[in-house]
Design a binder for this molecule. Structure first.
Ligand SMILES: [Zn+2]
Length: 388
């Protein structure tokens, strides 16, 4: 493994924002490791390692992480990418930018970093959000196995609409057809049903969309152990989980976490001073069940903890139409994965739509993402140091 790390430490760097992005999982890993090699002089000690996913993964699909240890530990910034595999390409790019551009601005005497790369490497490699077991990891993180006994009644009623049991064909790939089917299914249902179906994830249909699993994926134990161990010596922790998908095209939205800590809202507004914070309960496509930020707030005790999710929007608009369009794309991709397609042209079209939904190809989009991340991360890391 060491030789893999060594090979990438001397490659050249281009400062153009788009150059932080790579479309290949292995190149993302290599780019991440390469960046760490460039900042060694800022820290008294740096450790690069990887977590082996012993369960089902092969082909060097690993979770890499870098620990940057300060001489006088006080603040810790944790930055995670790839909980939803395909979203990891953008997360990886933001992490690389952070290492290259932000670390030189922070007080590395007192502020450490834990940067965890590609939490769902299989999903990244195969351009899917879910794991090899079709599990949406952000519905799978919790401290109790009771999570898996939850029954999503709304989802069960809409299962046929959400998970058609046939190959993707020209009819069901047509958006107009989907809208009609959705109206037909929802006509006798409460308006809240679709919302519940999507908000809560589900634990009953293993091949369905938003499946949270029947047990914990191996990532849960790995991350729990790693985070508990690494936060030990710090007082204040800023935890940022990077995602893409919902929200207006090219816009960074910051989502707060529902926690029991009453001071959390004060901390978050002190750290993200000029930024608007969205809350999961206000937004339709978000759930708290099984969320990594919620798990972190449950396992990190007696610290000032600020867990947030950065969501980079990819939709042309933020309307109900846009949300239904993205839902249709998620359904088709999942249907195609499990049941196949009637022809290859259709397969290419659905895969392209899906990719644009979670990893847009536009250079302008990538530039906007990096610029906003640069601004927000510079300010918030500085504010964390000033807190108290
Ligand atoms: Zn996501």
């Amino acid at each position: 493994m060491e030789s893999f790390y060594e090979n990438f430490r001397n490659s050249t760097f281009n400062s153009e924002p788009v150059r932080y992005f790579s479309d290949i999982y292995e190149s993302c890993r290599a780019g991440f490791i390469n960046e760490i090699g460039h900042i060694a002089h800022f820290y008294s000690r740096i450790k690069i390692n990887y977590c082996s996913l012993h369960c089902f993964y092969g082909d060097n699909l690993l979770i890499d992480y870098a620990c940057l240890y300060p001489a006088e530990p006080k603040n810790l910034i944790i930055l995670t990418s790839g909980v939803h595999g395909i979203e990891g390409f953008t997360g990886s790019a933001v992490q690389r930018m952070f290492i290259r551009e932000i670390i030189q601005k922070i007080d590395t005497r007192k502020t450490g970093c834990l940067i965890i790369h590609g939490i769902n490497p299989w999903g990244m490699k195969h351009f899917r959000r879910v794991t090899v077991n079709n599990v949406d990891l952000n519905r799978n993180f919790d401290t109790s196995i009771k999570l898996f006994t939850k029954f999503n009644c709304g989802y069960a009623k809409l299962n046929k609409l959400l998970n058609p049991n046939s190959k993707v064909n020209k009819t069901n790939a047509h958006f107009g057809y989907f809208i009609l089917a959705a109206i037909f299914n929802l006509i006798n249902c409460k308006k809240s049903l679709l919302r519940q179906a999507m908000l809560e994830g589900q634990y009953s249909f293993p091949k369905g969309i938003y499946f949270g699993g029947n047990s914990f994926e191996c990532q849960k134990d790995i991350l729990q152990k790693l985070i508990i161990e690494k936060v030990k010596n710090y007082e204040k922790i800023l935890f940022i989980d990077l995602h893409t998908g919902y929200g207006p095209w090219g816009k960074l939205q910051i989502f707060g976490t529902k926690t029991k800590n009453k001071s959390y809202k004060d901390y978050i507004s002190s750290v993200f001073k000029n930024q608007k914070i969205d809350w999961p309960e206000d937004k339709k496509f978000f759930s708290n069940k099984g969320d990594l930020c919620v798990l972190v707030s449950d396992i990190v005790k007696d610290k000032v903890l600020i867990p947030v999710c950065f969501e980079y929007g990819t939709m042309k608009n933020d309307t109900v139409f846009g949300l239904l369009k993205s839902l249709h794309t998620v359904i088709l991709e999942n249907q195609g994965f499990h049941n196949g397609y009637t022809d290859n042209r259709l397969k290419r079209r659905v895969k392209k739509l899906y990719r644009e939904l979670f990893y847009p190809s536009s250079a302008e989009w990538k530039q906007k993402i990096i610029e906003q991340s640069r601004n927000v991360l510079s300010d918030s890391c500085g504010n964390l140091e000033l807190l108290f």
